[in-house]
Design a protein around this ligand. Structure first.
Ligand code: EPZ
Length: 423
């Protein structure tokens, strides 16, 4: 187990950070290769733990792949197994993304039910209900989803009770090989869902409504598709995290290899707090605020303010002059970082889904515990400005979604070291 030791900055950060490919775009797109009949070259893949986990799962199913830097060449033709085991799924719940494609291609599969995680119970009932409407027979036995179909999945009209990102992705992939047309109402519109649809569309799957909350997919009736090579879109959450690093340290920082249009809700809130924003078509620069104003945030689906940026903005709110309110509407337990920030001297009060943050308090370095991916990045941000040293433990959470975080921040002038936990 490793931890990060962060020393309080003695001067602002400065420089440029190159943003990696989006983990949450790469995961569904890797799962979608199950639908392919050819070798596929995927570029700009972030080499983070979650990606390595999914590649391991695909290899267990029979796929062949090779990695060079941030590219993966994968050949799904040799996939023959259809069991996603508990030991893999328990480490990464997004493994559920193989359910739709495996069922669509083979007509049967067994996928371990993903457990909950720190941020919530995170059920997959909407995924399963939609697949049943497409003709799947689904039984839950001993912690596994046993799914099968007589013949190909059938196109159906699906209305999602809640907007679900991976639920939409699973059904888009299942529908791609179904017999007939599937309509998804109340589909997720995240850029990562859009890229999945764009890649499938470029590979011959007829999809209407890409980017909207209503998708119409015409399936190939179990005909595997020739998937065109593609490049993963930039990670908007990594980008937002580094903008917050610049903001919390009152620095001028540029992030490049980004798509600013994916960051609009984040940039809007940073400007509301008084920070300056300059952008080009592939970069964003954040400039210090003369006075950091408090902020009110409600997390919601894209294009609204992303829940995956909630913890980072809570850290940022600690330096605001006044009281900020954050309402976490998507997950029932996504405030695990609060107790750790309190240990650093933060003044935060929780009442159900509402966090009240009284900014301006002195922050002290401390030993703190990462609990989930985005919480861990919030603790690093706080560590940059807390007096003395902060040790963030259990940083395997961080490594799931951030490629070389300390390297990228140290290049801007931070002092973050990675050490082995003392025995
Ligand atoms: C995706 O998770 C992301 N993960 C999450 O990012 C992100 O926080 C989340 O979307 C919301 O934007 C990936 O894309 C791999 P949901 P997902 O299904 O798809 C409820 C990160 O930091 N729901 O959109 O699992 C659910 O409980 C991760 O990279 C059901 O009730 O989220 C939640 O309240 C963390 N039944 C809401 O919907 C279902 O069947 C949204 O969940 C499915 C979801």
């Amino acid at each position: 187990m490793k931890y990060l030791n962060i020393t309080q900055l003695t001067k602002p950060l400065s420089g440029t950070i190159s943003i990696s490919g989006a983990k949450n775009a790469a995961l569904p797109l890797l799962a979608a290769t199950i639908l392919g009949k050819n070798e596929i070259n995927i570029s700009n893949i972030p080499m983070v733990a979650d990606i390595k986990t999914l590649l391991k799962l695909l290899e267990m199913l029979g796929a062949k792949y090779s990695i060079s830097e941030n590219s993966v060449v994968i050949n799904p033709l040799s996939i023959s197994k259809t069991i996603a085991t508990y030991d893999i799924v328990k480490t990464m719940r997004a493994s559920i993304l193989v359910l739709g494609p495996l069922l669509a291609r083979f007509g049967h599969c067994e996928v371990s039910l993903p457990g909950g995680c720190a941020i919530g119970q995170r059920p997959v009932d909407l995924h399963l209900k939609a697949l049943e409407q497409m003709g799947a027979i689904i039984e839950i036995r001993a912690g596994y989803i046993h799914a099968r179909t007589e013949g190909p999945l059938k196109g159906a009209k699906i209305v999602f009770d809640k907007v679900t990102v991976t639920g939409t992705e699973n059904i888009v992939m299942a529908a791609a090989l179904a017999d007939g047309e599937t309509t998804i109402i109340n589909a997720a519109k995240e850029p990562e869902v859009v890229q999945l649809c764009e890649v499938l569309s470029a590979s011959g799957v007829k999809i209407k409504g890409i980017g909207t909350d209503k998708l119409k997919i015409t399936g190939t009736n179990r005909e595997l598709i020739k998937i065109e090579d593609f490049e993963i879109i930039p990670d908007r959450i990594e980008a937002g995290t580094y903008l917050c690093a610049g903001a919390i340290t009152n620095s001028k920082v540029t992030i490049k290899k980004v798509m600013p249009k994916h960051l609009e809700a984040i940039l809007y809130k940073l400007e509301e707090m008084g920070f300056g924003i300059e952008q080009t078509k592939s970069s964003v620069t954040i400039l210090p605020a003369t006075k950091v104003k408090p902020v009110n945030i409600i997390t919601t689906e894209y294009p609204g303010f992303p829940t995956d940026m909630q913890a980072q903005f809570m850290a940022l709110a600690l330096i605001a002059n006044g009281t900020s309110i954050i309402d976490e509407r998507l997950f029932e337990n996504r405030f695990m970082h609060v107790s750790e920030l309190l240990r650093m001297g933060a003044d935060i009060h929780l009442n159900g889904s509402i966090a009240t943050i009284n900014g301006g308090k002195e922050l002290y370095g401390a030993d703190v515990m990462a609990t989930d991916l985005r919480a861990s990045s919030a603790l690093v941000l706080a560590g940059l400005i807390a007096s003395g040293e902060t040790n963030v433990h259990r940083i395997y959470h961080l490594d799931r979604g951030y490629e070389d975080l300390e390297g990228k921040l140290n290049a801007l002038g931070a002092n973050i070291q990675r050490y082995d936990e003392k025995a």
